[in-house]
Write a protein that binds this ligand. Structure first.
Ligand code: NAG
Ligand code: NAG
Ligand code: NAG
Ligand code: NAG
Ligand code: NAG
Ligand code: NAG
Ligand code: CU
Length: 176
């Protein structure tokens, strides 16, 4: 129950943040995300208006994409994500001693909460996480719900291999 609530809060915060970030900055609604810190990256350097390029972000950092790591936590700590940022999922193909992983995307928040893999779309098979990894560009201004689809959704419903991302407009893309 707590976990599901957290997802909900995250999405609300990210949606709100992209529309009301200025007013959010003074309120204690940040749920651990330091808006002061975030704005200082731009605000303290009015002369520094070079457009930031979209980034490539390795999902899970050095942990890559595996069972047992808390990706909700990772997504909160690595927010905000911006439109056109690329998420990179790296995972090894399964072998005799390791389980497969994959990347699925849920169309709705409801199926994400239930980890209803049957209603999700496979983005990358267990074989596609090798080498440079599987890359997904955050092109749409909408919440994205990712999960591992393996073991009939267990890697998702176990509460670890799933996370939500709401890409934001970069301040300097909107107001150059
Ligand atoms: C947020 O970041 C600013 C600037 O780095 C810092 O001064 C402030 O203490 C931080 N606030 C919290 C709640 O961590
Ligand atoms: C501009 O931003 C870059 C990267 O964030 C930083 O390294 C540089 O010091 C900044 N320049 C000024 C003048 O603030
Ligand atoms: C993952 O992290 C989130 C946010 O820190 C936390 O609310 C949640 O309980 C954690 N989930 C698990 C399965 O540990
Ligand atoms: C993202 O990239 C596409 C294609 O390169 C471009 O048309 C679009 O304007 C970009 N969106 C933003 C918010 O920068
Ligand atoms: C199987 O894959 C795991 C995880 O990628 C790796 O650590 C291990 O060395 C591999 N084992 C064999 C026998 O290839
Ligand atoms: C996830 O699965 C692991 C290993 O089976 C177990 O130790 C852990 O308690 C499970 N966590 C949740 C939130 O179901
Ligand atoms: Cu998995």
């Amino acid at each position: 129950m707590d976990l599901k609530f957290t997802h909900g809060v995250m999405i609300i915060v990210f949606v709100s943040a992209s529309m009301f970030s200025v007013s959010m900055a003074n309120k204690d609604w940040s749920f651990g995300f330091n808006y002061t810190d975030w704005w200082s990256r731009f605000g303290n350097h009015p002369q520094n208006k070079t457009q930031q390029q979209p980034r490539e972000i390795l999902v899970g950092g050095s942990q890559h994409w595996h069972f047992g790591y808390n990706y909700t936590d990772w997504a909160i700590k690595n927010a905000p994500f911006y439109l056109n940022d690329t998420l990179v999922f790296k995972y090894d193909a399964p072998n005799a001693t390791s389980f497969p992983h994959s990347v699925y995307m849920f169309k709705s928040y409801g199926s994400f909460l239930k980890c209803d893999i049957k209603k999700a779309k496979m983005l990358a098979s267990p074989m596609q996480g090798g080498g440079e990894g599987f890359k997904f560009v955050l092109r749409k201004w909408q919440p994205h719900f990712f999960a591992c689809g393996e073991r009939n959704g267990f890697h998702c419903s176990n509460g670890t291999m799933n996370f939500a991302v709401m890409p934001m407009f970069h301040p300097f893309w909107k107001w150059p």
